[in-house]
Design a protein around this ligand. Structure first.
Ligand code: FMN
Length: 312
C-alpha cells in the first residue's frame, strides 16, 4: 500500500515540516496540490501553532499534518493541541515521541516519527507508530549519519509498518529509487524550498537554484548536532572554530537566530541556509503543484526507461 492511501491524499509525498518555514499557508498550498502538507512547529509557540493550524484549515479542505520537534520547549502543550484541533497526522523530529503515543492513538491520529536508525524505527513501531519516515544524511536541516540508500532498505527489513524515504529526493529517478528500496512514499524538503509559495526570502531560493552538488556542508558534527546547510561565511567560520575546539557557547553565537536571518532577511552570508545535497539539482523556482506533478510524471518516464533497460 502506498502511503497516500493511509493519508488519504493523491500523491504518496509528504512535505517536510520545516521549522520557521512551513507555515499553515505553505502547508495548505502543498495539500491543495495533492500531497500532504505539514506545519513545521519547531520554531513556534503553542499559540502561534494554533494560529497556523486555523489558517491552514481556512485555506484547504484536504488533509494536512503537524511536525513536532521533540526539543521544542512547548512540545507537551503542542502534543495536546494537535488532539484538541483534530489534526489527522503528526510527524515528529529530533527525538523519541513514545510518551505521547498513547494519547495520540486514542485520538485517532496517524503518527509518523522521523528516524535516523533501525533501532529507533523498531522501538517506535513497538510504541505504536503507524509508519516511519526514514531520513538519510543527504537531507537538509538536522541529520543523522546514514545515507538514504543504506538506511531505507535496512529499516524496511526490520519493521512491518510502512516506510517513507526522506533525504536526497528531488527527481523522478530518485522517487523511483525510493520505491525500489522498499519505501511506500517519500518526504521532501529541499526541492520545495524553491517554490513560488515557500515563504523564505528570494535570496534563499536563489541560493538553492545556484547551488552545485558540493555546495552543502554540515555544521555541528563534532558537537553531536549535525545540520546540513549551504556553504557560506558562517558555515566556514563555524566549522573552522569547531575543529579548533571552540566551546558550545561560542559556536552558538554563529547559529543564534541564523535560520531566521536566512529565511526572513535573506542574509546568505551569516544566515543558516538549511538545504540538502539535492540543492544541486534544483534549477528553477516553480509553483508547488508543478514541482509535485513533475516529480511523479518524471517517475513514470524513468520507470519505463528502467523496464526497457532491465528487459534488454
Ligand atoms: C530548511 C529545512 C528545515 C527543516 N526543518 C525540519 C524540522 O523542523 N523538522 C523535521 O522533522 N525535519 C526538518 N527538516 C527535514 C525535512 O523535513 C525533510 O525530511 C528533508 O528536507 C528531506 O530531505 P531533502 O532536504 O533532501 O528533501 C528540514 C529540512 C530543511 C531543508
Amino acid at each position: 500500500m502506498k502511503i497516500n492511501e493511509l493519508l488519504n491524499v493523491k500523491y504518496p509525498l509528504i512535505q517536510g515540516g520545516m521549522a520557521n518555514i512551513a507555515t499553515g499557508e505553505f502547508a495548505a498550498s502543498v495539500s491543495n496540490a495533492g500531497a500532504l502538507g505539514l506545519i513545521g512547529a519547531g520554531g513556534m509557540t503553542t499559540e502561534i501553532l494554533k494560529e497556523n493550524i486555523q489558517k491552514c484549515k481556512q485555506l484547504t479542505s484536504q488533509p494536512f499534518g503537524v511536525n513536532l520537534m521533540m526539543m521544542n520547549p512547548y512540545v507537551d502543550e503542542m502534543a495536546q493541541l494537535v488532539i484538541d484541533e483534530g489534526i489527522k497526522v503528526v510527524t515528529t523530529g529530533a527525538g523519541n515521541p513514545s510518551k505521547y503515543m498513547k494519547a495520540w492513538k486514542e485520538a485517532g491520529i496517524i503518527v509518523m516519527p522521523v528516524v535516523p536508525s533501525v533501532a529507533l524505527a523498531k522501538r517506535l513501531e513497538r510504541s505504536g507508530a503507524d509508519a516511519v519516515i526514514v531520513e538519510g544524511t543527504e537531507a537538509g536541516g538536522h541529520i543523522g549519519e546514514l545515507t538514504t540508500m543504506a538506511l531505507v532498505p535496512q529499516v524496511v527489513e526490520a519493521v512491518s509498518i510502512p516506510v517513507v524515504a526522506a533525504g536526497g529526493i528531488a527527481s523522478g529517478k530518485q522517487l523511483l529509487a525510493a520505491y525500489a528500496l522498499g519505501a511506500t512514499g517519500v518526504q521532501v524538503g529541499t526541492c520545495l524550498l524553491a517554490s513560488e509559495e515557500c515563504p523564505v526570502h528570494e535570496n534563499y531560493k536563489n541560493a538553492i537554484v545556484k547551488a552545485k552538488d558540493t555546495d552543502t556542508t554540515v555544521t555541528g558534527r563534532i558537537g553531536g548536532t549535525p545540520v546540513r546547510i549551504i556553504k557560506n561565511r558562517m558555515a566556514k567560520e563555524y566549522i573552522k572554530r569547531e575543529k579548533e575546539g571552540a566551546s558550545m557557547e561560542e559556536l552558538e553565537t554563529y547559529t543564534l537566530g541564523s535560520l531566521r536571518k536566512a529565511v526572513l532577511e535573506g542574509d546568505t552570508q551569516s544566515g543558516s541556509l538549511m538545504a540538502g545535497q539535492v540543492a544541486g539539482m534544483v534549477k528553477e523556482i516553480k509553483p508547488v503543484k508543478a514541482i509535485i506533478e513533475d516529480l511523479f510524471h518524471d517517475c513514470e518516464i524513468e520507470k519505463e526507461k528502467l523496464m526497457n533497460f532491465l528487459g534488454e
